[in-house]
Write a protein that binds this ligand. Structure first.
Ligand code: NAP
Ligand code: GDD
Length: 350
């Protein structure tokens, strides 16, 4: 039986990937952080919590990462753990570099010294393209990161290539464009909107505050994207691949569609708030996935409209069940109202 180690198994992608690999017959190990309150709701939601092996580890602590490799003796390592929210990386830039950047070297060093024949996947990102001016981005588009998060990811991207070329590790970068699902964290704009639209429809809330409505993203479905991670590691040669839908839509379009699916007018409920603007933002992402299609046979199936519908329906359903008194593991009831979060204000007049 093959074994796989997933760092960040409690996150959106970690949970979907765990289910995918279990269904393929893998022995799945996952790292999680010790928190004062357990955080396994996504694994429970997908009904795989009892089927995974859990190992406590933190990306800032090399010894815990080495231990995770020693315990799991993995054939494949999927390095998904990171401080993954771009907004937070502006508030905690040093932590972003340590966790999201140096964390990659810590795990690659553990692979190199303990299990050098393990195949390694690095969760790279379309944020690497940042403020570049290509209209459609592919593996050959130059990188121009625009946040501490993407600068850290750029380091992770290169260190992965260096371990591939320098030490012969089978290491791949998946340059994944934004991918969403009902398991997405509530701070990301898609789930923030689907959750708010559902609450407004049911009279629990009245409005939602958003920042840059004009930013455009290439949004796909997380459950499909994790399959590409596995495919990359099954090839004869390690390579880097863009995974995307090759469509782009604005935040405004997302809000308009989400509210209209519930019979609501988005303009009556969306308040734009300068406090939610980032010091720098990526304006346009649209990915060319033709290399992945050609070499690993991956294509996106669920596109923008279907994705928005899936997320809105699921959040509406959860809130309806909750209001009827049903109790089940999920994140939204415990999430603080954004007005209560006193985050750093950025000086935006340049
Ligand atoms: P996510 O839901 O935020 O999950 C991140 C995971 O990393 C969580 O399990 C989290 O643990 C863990 N983590 C955070 N800090 C850690 C630390 N110091 N030590 C150990 N674990 C830590 O992110 P995701 O959407 O699944 O994304 C997975 C990966 O793909 C990330 O590296 C992200 O940057 C990258 N990526 C995501 C997208 C996207 O659109 N989703 C696109 C491109 C690349 P807790 O649960 O304890 O917080
Ligand atoms: N989060 C958030 N909240 N974003 C908002 C809001 C808001 O209230 N209002 C507008 N936006 C805009 C952001 O400024 C950004 O331009 C866009 O919506 C998307 O923001 P996020 O959903 O936070 O995602 P992201 O694109 O910054 O980053 C995600 O995708 C990357 C891949 O391109 C994350 O998953 C990263 O980890 C990932 O690498």
């Amino acid at each position: 039986m093959k074994s796989a180690l997933i760092t960040g198994i409690t996150g959106q992608d970690g949970a979907y990937l765990a289910k995918f690999l279990l269904d393929k017959g893998y022995d799945v190990f996952g790292t999680y952080r010790r928190l004062s309150t357990p955080n396994f709701w996504r694994l429970q939601y997908l009904d795989v919590f009892d089927r995974v092996n859990l190992i406590p580890a933190d990306l800032v602590d090399s010894s815990s990462i080495e231990e995770a490799i020693r315990i799991s003796q993995p054939h494949e390592v999927y390095h998904l753990a990171a401080q993954s929210f771009v907004g937070t990386s502006f508030e905690q830039p040093v932590g972003a570099g340590d966790i999201t950047g140096l964390g990659v070297t810590r795990i690659l060093e553990a692979v190199r010294t303990i299990k050098p024949d393990a195949r390694f996947y690095q969760a790279s990102t379309s944020e690497l393209f940042g403020k570049g001016n290509a209209v459609v981005q592919s593996e050959s588009t130059p990188f121009q990161p625009a946040s501490p998060y993407s600068a850290a990811k750029l380091y992770g991207y290169w260190v992965t290539r260096i371990y591939r070329d320098g030490y012969g590790i089978f290491a791949c970068n998946g340059i994944l464009f934004n991918h969403e699902s009902p398991l997405r964290g509530l701070e990301f704009v898609t789930r923030k909107i689907s959750n708010a639209a559902a609450k407004i429809k049911l009279g629990i809330d009245k409005d939602i505050r958003l920042g840059n409505l004009d930013a455009k993203r290439d949004w796909g479905y997380a459950q499909e994207y994790v399959e590409s991670m596995w495919s990359m590691l099954q090839q004869d040669k390690p390579e880097d691949y863009v995974i995307a839908t090759n469509e782009t839509h604005s935040v405004k379009e997302f809000a308009e569609l989400a509210f209209s699916l519930l019979g609501l007018d988005w303009e009556k409920h969306v308040i734009t708030d300068k406090k939610l603007l980032r010091p720098l933002d990526v304006q346009l992402l649209q990915g060319d996935y033709s290399k992945a299609q050609k070499l690993i046979g991956w294509i996106p199936k669920l596109k923008f409209k279907g994705l928005v519908e899936l997320m809105v329906k699921e959040d509406l359903n959860r809130w309806e069940r909750w209001l009827k008194g049903e109790r089940f593991p999920w994140d939204a009831p415990n999430y603080p109202n954004e007005n209560k979060i006193l985050s750093r204000q950025f000086k935006l007049d340049r």
